[in-house]
Design a protein around this ligand. Structure first.
Ligand SMILES: NC(=O)c1ccc[n+]([C@@H]2O[C@H](COP(=O)([O-])OP(=O)(O)OC[C@H]3O[C@@H](n4cnc5c(N)ncnc54)[C@H](OP(=O)(O)O)[C@@H]3O)[C@@H](O)[C@H]2O)c1
Length: 323
């Protein structure tokens, strides 16, 4: 699989490193407004638009800011190239619908890098929940108390704005954990929320909480923050008629479920990395996403994180915002 990266910032370097660890896979070019290449791939072809890339390629990876993902996806689909985009799929229903339609019309794969879904414990939990192994689940509480300093928001003119970032910690950082939450429990019937800006000079929220009511009666809570110094592991607590489990940064840290052995598996993932930084130096989960993407393209099957389920994550976050 030969990839072109669209966008050359922070996360593009994670892809260069991850792709370097996968046989038969390479980055052959990048698209950059500014003529930059990813720091870790100084030799690759670089052009201002995708159509100008001369080296043959099979797929693009979109690493531009959130609200620009649809532009890269639509252009790639027009050229008949498969698309792996960074999360979120995009920040508005209209943009997401346009990119999904473009990829479906062109018959190319559209996958999203919600890489927390590939974590071994998360995969095990998803399987058990789908099997109904917990009996009735009546509470699921997600806490994403992260920290970003003002320098993080100042590092890009678009950061911390509604127009391109599309929101604060709900849309930008906790969307990973929210995506996993919705993968487990689906969409709630009702969402109530409060959010505000406390610790940063930004337009969007830096702290908020949502209260969810599900059709089956389950009550959920989600806290998302980049204002909670020094930044804490993401925590999910689930209570059911058979007991409870807790995960910290996608690893099971407490398990007491009647009749179900703890499925925790060893993981090498760098736990805690996202609590206070946007850099992703542990590439293991991105490698999983890339391998799944290649298999999806090769076998003509949907990817693990398909566009429709990623669309739901943004749709839900927009409900939290009331936008
Ligand atoms: N999966 C994860 O764990 C994870 C982690 C971090 C970020 N992300 C996602 O990855 C995407 C990029 O994040 P990042 O941290 O890499 O951002 P970044 O460092 O700001 O890089 C974004 C790149 O997009 C390009 N770009 C094109 N149009 C732009 C515009 N109008 N304003 C700013 N940049 C523009 C720029 O490259 P050129 O100047 O070369 O065009 C820029 O370097 C976001 O969607 C973010 O949510 C995901």
């Amino acid at each position: 699989m030969r990839y072109v990266l669209i966008g050359t910032g922070n996360i593009s370097n994670t892809y260069v490193a991850a792709i370097g660890k996968i046989d038969g896979c390479e980055v052959v070019g990048c698209v950059s407004r500014s003529g930059n290449r990813p720091k870790s791939a100084p030799q690759i072809e670089c052009k201002p638009t995708l159509a100008e890339i001369e080296t043959p390629f099979d797929a693009v990876i979109i690493t531009t800011p959130n609200g620009l993902h649809h532009e890269g996806a639509i252009e790639a689909a027009r050229l008949g190239k498969h698309v792996l985009t960074e999360k979120p799929l995009d920040i508005s229903l209209a943009a997401m619908d346009r990119m999904i339609a473009a990829c479906e019309t062109a018959d190319v794969t559209l996958a999203v890098a919600y890489q927390r879904r590939t974590n071994p414990d998360n995969l095990a939990l998803k399987q058990l929940i789908d099997q109904g192994a917990f009996g009735r689940i009546y509470a699921a509480d997600l806490s994403c108390k992260f920290w970003r300093d003002q320098a993080y928001y100042d590092s890009g003119a678009y950061r911390g704005g509604w127009e391109i970032d599309g929101g604060g910690p709900f849309m930008q950082q906790a969307c990973h954990n929210i995506d996993f939450y919705l993968w487990l429990f689906g969409m709630p019937e009702q969402v109530n929320s409060h959010y505000g800006t406390f610790m940063h000079a930004i337009e969007v929220e830096d702290h908020g909480a949502a209260l969810l009511k599900y059709a089956n009666g389950m009550i959920g809570t989600i806290v998302a923050s980049t204002a909670t110094k020094p930044g804490f592991p993401a925590r999910l607590e689930v209570h059911s008629e058979k007991g409870a489990f807790i995960t910290l940064d996608d690893a099971i840290s407490f398990w007491d479920i009647e009749g179900v052995p703890n499925p925790a598996r060893p993981t090498t993932t760098n736990r805690g990395e996202g609590a206070s930084s946007a850099a992703v130096t542990d590439t293991a989960r991105h490698e999983d996403i890339l391998r799944d993407f290649e298999a999806a393209v090769r076998d003509g099957r949907p990817p693990l994180v398909d566009a429709h389920s990623a669309r739901q994550t943004t749709e839900f976050i927009l409900q939290i915002y009331g936008r």
